[in-house]
Design a protein around this ligand. Structure first.
Ligand SMILES: Nc1ncnc2c1ncn2[C@@H]1O[C@H](COP(=O)(O)OP(=O)(O)O)[C@@H](O)[C@H]1O
Ligand SMILES: [Mg+2]
Length: 257
């Protein structure tokens, strides 16, 4: 099962939720991979210590499709262990930006799908973090994935971008990946005691947007968990924020009680 977290808006929780959903999946015994396609590498930083040994990243995986190599490395050799059992990562790279136009002009848009098909034989779950734009890399991910999750922050502008995101995904489904499912919109940074988020979510549901019926709380624990580079399921397993992400996980995995 390959899931991509996507929204053209930044700061909505793509990286935070990619890592935390993946960590929950791994903690349940599923062999899980995080793939970081954002040049900002926030998901990678969340899971990797600064002095981690320099190993190949997603950059080298893409780069070997446009430069000559005697031996092409199979995708599984790019996967690195994390300090958590069952949790692996292919780290991101700021250098992705340097080869984007060449990959695009040489029509390498299906290369990630090929890699993902191989990786899905090795991993039970794959979670892909994307940049806040529909660029070559996020398009590659949407073409190669089984499902897309769309996180939103529950603020007033959230809805404005959503229609265009949905239309673009519909076009990708039609043109490139008829198996892609919009698994749901994840309401993140939901404040139970504020009026606006509730109204925004109600409006979305009324307009038939597929909002996942469990909302993720807003809490400083998220930032703390980034700072100590520990996913919430390990940093604060009992906290309300963590439990709300577990509830979303169970919802998408069909285990909701
Ligand atoms: N539920 C939450 N509660 C509090 N802060 C959050 C929550 N989700 C994300 N954040 C914070 O919001 C910022 C943006 O989140 P991030 O996951 O990097 O978004 P994106 O990848 O979509 O740009 C980060 O500083 C993160 O710590
Ligand atoms: Mg991000």
């Amino acid at each position: 099962m390959i899931r991509v977290l996507f929204n053209k808006k930044g700061g909505v929780g793509k990286s935070s939720l990619t890592v935390n959903l993946a960590a929950i999946s791994a903690s349940k015994g599923l062999k899980t991979l995080v793939l970081d396609l954002d040049t900002q590498c926030n998901a990678s930083r969340y899971l990797q210590k600064e002095n981690a040994e320099k190993q190949d990243s997603i950059f080298e995986l893409f780069d070997q499709t446009i430069t000559f190599h005697l031996r092409k490395k199979p995708p599984v050799e790019y996967c690195q262990e994390t300090q958590y059992e069952n949790l692996y990562i292919i780290p991101g790279s700021p250098n992705l930006a340097d080869i984007e136009s060449e990959l695009d002009s040489r029509h390498k848009i299906y290369k990630l799908r090929e890699a993902l098909q191989k990786l899905s034989k090795e991993f039970d779950r794959i979670f892909i973090d994307t940049p806040p734009a529909l660029n070559f890399y996020s398009l590659s991910a949407l073409i190669g994935a089984d499902s897309v999750l769309i996180p939103i922050d529950c603020d007033d502008f959230a809805i404005q971008g959503l229609l265009s995101v949905q239309n673009q995904i519909a076009e990708i489904i039609e043109d490139h990946n008829e198996d892609l499912k919009i698994e749901g919109i994840i309401a993140n940074q939901y404040m139970t005691n504020a009026k606006l988020p509730g109204k925004i979510i109600d409006d979305l549901i009324e307009q038939d947007y597929p909002v996942i019926p469990k909302y993720i709380a807003q809490s400083v624990k998220m930032r703390e968990s980034h700072q100590v580079q520990k996913p919430l399921i390990h940093y604060a397993p009992k906290h309300k924020l963590t439990q709300s992400i577990v509830a979303v996980y169970e919802e998408i995995e069909g285990q909701a009680s």
